[in-house]
Design a protein around this ligand. Structure first.
Ligand SMILES: Nc1nc2c(ncn2[C@@H]2O[C@H](COP(=O)(O)OP(=O)(O)OP(=O)(O)O)[C@@H](O)[C@H]2O)c(=O)[nH]1
Ligand SMILES: [Mg+2]
Length: 235
């Protein structure tokens, strides 16, 4: 198995070097891999710092995006540019523990999308208030989406590039974290197998959060309703 890790970044200069080094040490012995750092021209020079630090390491590929920026579109660009068959996507603020990559890849031998889930048995979040609000919000999402998946906004997953490229990418990869439930929906629609494995999401220590929880709650709900209506071919 050859692995392409896609890391979307915006103002992550305090995290990215440390994270890339951790991912290298996690993957080093077992896999041939590349790490694509997809940066939306962060004002804190995330791209430049990554580019300079890893200029002699061809496994690390920094990508600078100037036009049509955005979280989900960055992930799509990473997937498009990935050269290897197995894709891993994760956040770059250490919310997603790089040590879990081994388990994700192991389970990926049996399932076509493996999602690191806060709500699978054994999953958790360091920030308990965030955990409870995300859990209750996911209950609502589950009802609207009509899905058995417990964590619809996690965003830490692995899948085969060929399976991802067969999905309607324009209908999935736009906006912010809600791209994730669209991705899960279309994977299921294509009859791909999905499994959630437990993950403990850490709290961001360095850098600032870009998510605006209250705005997102409404945007995500609107998008979840769109997905559900599409299921019934109404939308
Ligand atoms: N390329 C790109 N990456 C982004 C953008 N916005 C956020 N990111 C990255 O996406 C990941 C998630 O962003 P966060 O700011 O941690 O948002 P969040 O995880 O929803 O919020 P917290 O729970 O508060 O951390 C991080 O790796 C960010 O650097 C963007 O517009 N473009
Ligand atoms: Mg985060």
């Amino acid at each position: 198995m050859k692995v392409s890790v896609v890391l979307p970044t915006y103002n992550e200069s305090k995290n990215i070097i440390h994270l890339v080094n951790e991912i290298i040490s996690v993957l080093n012995e077992k896999y041939k891999f590349e790490i694509l750092v997809v940066d939306d021209n962060s004002p804190d020079y995330t791209f430049k710092i990554t580019d300079e630090t890893f200029k002699d390491d061809s496994r690390v590929i920094p990508i600078l995006r100037i036009n049509d920026r955005g979280f989900a579109k960055s992930i799509r660009e990473g997937i498009d540019k990935a050269r290897y068959d197995q894709i891993v996507v994760m956040d770059t603020d250490f919310t997603h523990n790089p040590k879990l990559i081994h388990k994700l890849l192991h389970v990926a031998k049996a399932y076509e999308l493996v999602s690191a889930s806060r709500f699978a048995p054994g999953g958790d979040m360091e920030d308990k208030i965030h955990y409870i609000s995300s859990l209750s919000y996911n209950w609502l999402l589950r009802i609207i989406l009509g899905t058995q998946i417990q964590d619809n906004l996690g965003g830490y997953f692995t899948a085969k590039k060929e399976h991802l490229m067969n999905l309607p990418l324009d209908e999935i990869f736009y906006g912010y974290g809600e791209y994730y439930f669209r991705l899960l929906h279309f994977m299921q629609h294509k009859k791909h197998t999905i499994v959630e494995i437990p993950a403990i999401y850490a709290s961001r220590i360095e850098g600032e959060s870009k998510s605006k929880f209250f705005n997102m709650m409404f945007i995500y709900l609107y998008n979840a309703i769109k997905v559900r209506l599409r299921k019934y071919k109404i939308y």
